[in-house]
Design a protein around this ligand. Sequence first.
Ligand SMILES: *[C@@H]1O[C@H](CO)[C@@H](O)[C@H](O)[C@H]1NC(C)=O
Ligand SMILES: *[C@@H]1O[C@H](CO)[C@@H](O)[C@H](O)[C@H]1NC(C)=O
Ligand SMILES: *[C@@H]1O[C@H](CO)[C@@H](O)[C@H](O)[C@H]1NC(C)=O
Ligand SMILES: *[C@@H]1O[C@H](CO)[C@@H](O)[C@H](O)[C@H]1NC(C)=O
Ligand SMILES: *[C@@H]1O[C@H](CO)[C@@H](O)[C@H](O)[C@H]1NC(C)=O
Length: 293
Amino acid sequence: MEAVIGLLFMLLGVSYGVITHCDGRQDGVQCYVALGGTVDIQLINSTSEIPRYQLLKDSLKILAGRNNTVISNAIEHRSLIFPSNGTFRINDLSRNDIGKYTLETFDSDGRKSGERTLYLFTQGVETYCDDRQDGAQCYGALGGTVNIQLMDSTSEIPRYQLLKDSLKILDVRGDKVISNTIAHRYLIFPSNGTFRINGLSRIDIAPVSSVLLVSECLSQGEMRVSCSSEGGDSPQYSWTLDGRTLTDAELLPGNNETNIITLKHHISGHLVCSVKNNVNSVSKEQEISTCVE
Ligand SMILES: *[C@@H]1O[C@H](CO)[C@@H](O)[C@H](O)[C@H]1NC(C)=O
Ligand SMILES: *[C@@H]1O[C@H](CO)[C@@H](O)[C@H](O)[C@H]1NC(C)=O
Ligand SMILES: *[C@@H]1O[C@H](CO)[C@@H](O)[C@H](O)[C@H]1NC(C)=O
Ligand SMILES: *[C@@H]1O[C@H](CO)[C@@H](O)[C@H](O)[C@H]1NC(C)=O
Ligand SMILES: *[C@@H]1O[C@H](CO)[C@@H](O)[C@H](O)[C@H]1NC(C)=O
């Protein structure tokens, strides 16, 4: 499977003082919270129901309690638990709080009696992207969520992988996720083939931002020109001279699709290097004159 996905970003603000209620008493709940705000996560009806419990964020233990007593709380300075209604309140939410939470409960003999997960997602722009056709372009908002529909349903596909550039980010066999490098901020829905990525950052993709063109004369009067781009994911380069594709008569054997070309001697004109990726295209031009031998 080949997925070509480009995400373009806009900046979103941060909201303060927003309280979100999140009922985590069922497995797999997804809650949307505002960065800078507060979330009340109801983990259980009352902590006195269970002899011992712990809450993991991704795989890190952040909270542990025994009946109504808190044993440890890694984010004590900005969170608290209300034992009477089993609610865990986290204030001043930051990006690090976004992700997967697992509540593990234990019986009085210390054996695990239950496990539930919930996901905290950042509120904000949520976009949908249909990638069932090759080469789809998707737009996401920085900090927001994108739902990428990869297939109609993944349940009939024995195995698939999703690559970002050349890096494998997801590998699924049947219903089992074998590896996944962005585990803490993704969710996959096999029933409708949708891959959800939350908390989009510039790492997820970046547009080409600026292009630099540098030329230098070589000893035989040839000119080497390099074109470099900043910030772009999977950039593709193309060149024109006076508005047309460079020919073999002008170019030293090499590649007109790489970022460095060598022009034969006596070549001059209006040279343009264009850099594009799935998000955008930026070009840079320069008048070049013959190198003096
Ligand atoms: C928690 O409370 C809800 C409604 O208040 C109830 O339906 C549910 O059974 C309770 N859960 C447990 C484990 O007691
Ligand atoms: C929790 O503690 C209360 C007293 O503080 C006790 O009545 C209750 O039985 C305890 N619950 C469990 C599950 O141990
Ligand atoms: C739990 O109790 C606290 C303190 O009384 C209250 O502020 C909060 O709203 C309650 N949450 C739920 C879900 O009842
Ligand atoms: C896919 O399923 C999930 C869970 O049922 C749902 O939240 C999501 O909106 C669905 N997406 C599409 C594109 O149908
Ligand atoms: C590269 O050159 C070949 C012919 O030499 C031409 O067919 C092709 O379109 C050129 N590619 C670009 C990106 O300019």
